[in-house]
Design a protein around this ligand. Structure first.
Ligand SMILES: C[S@@+](CC[C@H](N)C(=O)[O-])C[C@H]1O[C@@H](n2cnc3c(N)ncnc32)[C@H](O)[C@@H]1O
Length: 218
């Protein structure tokens, strides 16, 4: 049976598809049910990894993979911070966990696999601005970005890599459609959040100014 995805993971799969022709592997990091990787594996026939530290999750996934696919598809019950691989160009999707954990995993992967230039497709559950700040400081650039509403919640999705030349803006301007009222109300809420945060952490004042500049164009 074909794997079905909700709007958030469908957007992640859609963004990932741009890189899969050249990629040598796809990684469903923090995979849980593995829906994303299973969906991608229907059209991607190169190497795949499912990574999650919970043993029972990985055992269930292994049962879903046919014997003939087991040499191509590897399921690992490890933390993402310990993930190593041999390919030069993997696409690594990290979704459904917080921005701080995503940053930890991205950093570990880049340090532990210096032979490779991974493309990361990231959909943090929270702290997208703080995540972009860390990525920026480490020299990551951005390609595609988007905002998706799924089950009443908004998700910022970003495709980043050290090889991308376009600089990452802290607020992810290119993710937003200023003609879409739902995007405008999301941006206003984010502005309020960072305005509140900047009272304790003045370094976030620049983020508020960026939201003001973007909202001023609407
Ligand atoms: C909410 S699920 C996300 C599932 C799927 N990626 C999605 O977006 O729908 C979060 C998963 O992250 C896994 N996880 C937690 N810490 C992790 C880590 N350090 N490395 C890899 N996976 C981790 C959890 O075990 C859990 O299965």
């Amino acid at each position: 049976m074909k794997q079905r995805l909700g709007k958030r993971l469908l957007k992640v799969a859609d963004f990932s598809s741009k890189y899969l022709a050249d990629a040598e592997s796809f990684v469903d990091m923090c995979c849980d049910h593995g829906h994303l990787g299973l969906f991608i594996s229907e059209s991607f026939s190169k190497r795949m990894y499912f990574v999650d530290p919970v043993k029972t999750i990985i055992e269930k996934l292994q049962d879903k993979i046919s014997e003939s696919e087991k040499s191509r598809i590897t399921c690992l019950d490890i933390k993402g911070q310990n993930f190593t691989y041999t390919e030069n160009l993997p696409v690594v999707a990290i979704c459904g966990v917080g921005g701080d954990l995503i940053w930890e995993i991205v950093q570990s992967i880049t340090h532990k696999n210096p032979h490779s230039s991974p493309i990361f497709v990231l959909a943090p559950q929270n702290r997208p601005v703080e995540l972009r700040e860390e990525l920026n400081g480490q020299g990551f650039g951005v390609d595609q970005e988007g905002l998706v509403k799924d089950n009443g919640k908004y998700y910022e999705i970003m495709c980043v890599a050290e090889v991308f030349e376009k600089p990452l803006s802290l607020i992810g301007e290119s993710a937003f459609d200023l003609n879409d009222n739902s995007h405008l109300s999301y941006l206003k809420k984010k502005r309020e959040h960072y305005d509140f945060k900047s009272r304790k952490f003045p370094e976030f004042k620049k983020v508020v100014q960026m939201y003001d500049a973007l909202l001023g164009k609407s």
